[in-house]
Ligand binder design. Structure first.
Ligand code: MN
Length: 383
């Protein structure tokens, strides 16, 4: 889509005329020239005046529209170098990613707005104690939960860890020689959050606590790996939810998953930190192609004791009737999501749900360890 060769000199427009026609300022046109987004058809060697061909208007408008989308300049340069078909795919992939990022930040933004306005959310109602020193009893929501971890039908040992407690829900899928210990150590490191004081759960504290806990888990994994035989790399995924009384805060690294069943619909609320999933996000693979890709389990992020541990963190406002699922890939890789949705929707309680889900994995051959944690959010009677 760059300028085509040839063309009559008479078609050339001054930068001012071209700016008016393209709705871009001369200053912007000079910047885009310097960045290689839109080189002029001719630069006068004597005075440096830039001249543009009429045929460049289409590209100029494309640049302007992509700027309006908020696309970074480097990415616009890539799109402008593509034929129309691939350019369309690149814009679609960029926008899908933008919407996913925005959705992930929406809940956090709403939470912060509520907090700063001093609205009485469930979380605020839980804070601290009454003036008489009694614990506040105005909590309106509660969770009920169950966890089940199973070796499956092929593996000799279970390297997964599943945990569910009053505040913490977690699944870890260990890999490598010390994988089972790595997963158990990561979950154990998070269990400090179980004793987290509800009164301290201000947003900054909460996010800091999660980030600290993930770093702590990574340090624990490092010790396990160092104590192992050495040559065999080991590590673990970690997907956990921390219950605050009104929200579920997520910390996630790897390809275990968190789902939310709300109003009968199933939403995956984590990204898989895998090589193939990053190809899907770049628009280079379809989700269907990713599911059968031979390298679908290759992780780009895991707790392996390394220096860069970048957990995904999120915040989800709880509603009565919500059902959350954490699972290792031993479930999600072999049981289609519509079957997971049916099992979750049909089970009367979390205990039955985790048993039904593991049974589905068995029916699919259970080639891997399979772990499920299910938690229901419900209204709690006010005393
Ligand atoms: Mn696994």
């Amino acid at each position: 889509m760059g300028p085509e060769p040839g063309g009559e000199l008479g078609e050339l427009l001054s930068i001012g005329a071209f700016a008016r026609a393209s709705r871009l300022s001369p200053k912007a046109l000079r910047l885009y020239d310097e960045l290689g987004l839109l080189p002029p058809a001719q630069v006068d060697p004597a005075n440096g005046y830039r001249r543009y061909r009429l045929a460049q208007l289409e590209q100029a408008r494309l640049v302007a529209w992509l700027r309006q989308l908020g696309m970074p300049l480097a990415r616009i340069r890539d799109v402008c170098g593509l034929a129309p078909g691939p350019a369309a795919e690149a814009v679609a992939a960029y926008w899908a990613r933008t919407e996913a990022d925005t959705a992930a930040r929406r809940e956090l933004a709403a939470f912060l707005v509520n907090h700063l306005r001093g609205k009485e959310t469930g979380m605020d109602a839980n804070r601290g104690r009454t003036p008489a020193g009694e614990p506040r009893t105005r909590r309106r929501l509660e969770i009920r939960y169950a966890a089940l971890s199973d070796t499956g039908l092929v593996r000799e040992s279970n390297q997964d860890t599943a945990y569910a407690g009053e505040r913490l829900l977690a699944v870890a899928d260990g890999f490598g020689g010390a994988g089972a210990s790595a997963g158990a150590a990561a979950v154990e490191a998070l269990r400090g959050l179980e004793s987290f004081d509800g009164g301290a759960l201000r947003p900054g504290d909460l996010l800091n606590a999660l980030a600290d806990a993930a770093r702590e888990a990574n340090r624990s994994v490092r010790q396990v790996v160092a104590a192992g035989t050495g040559k065999d790399p080991a590590g673990t995924t970690l997907t956990a939810l921390l219950w605050t009384g009104s929200h579920l805060a997520l910390v996630h690294v790897g390809d275990s998953r968190a789902y939310l069943l709300r109003d009968g619909a199933l939403f995956q609320i984590t990204h898989d930190h895998t090589h193939v999933w990053s190809l899907v996000e770049e628009g280079r693979l379809t989700p269907e192609e990713a599911e059968s890709h031979p390298q679908r389990a290759l992780l780009v992020r895991a707790l392996d004791g390394g220096t860069d541990c970048e957990p995904e963190v999120g915040l989800h406002e709880a509603r009565p009737g919500d059902r959350y699922l954490l699972c290792s890939d031993g479930l999600s890789a072999v049981v289609p999501s519509d079957a997971v949705q049916d099992a979750l929707a049909g089970a009367p309680d979390p205990g039955q749900a985790v048993r039904d889900l593991v049974a589905l994995a068995h029916r699919a051959g259970a080639p891997d360890n399979v772990s499920c944690v299910v938690a229901d959010v419900s209204l709690r009677p006010v005393p």
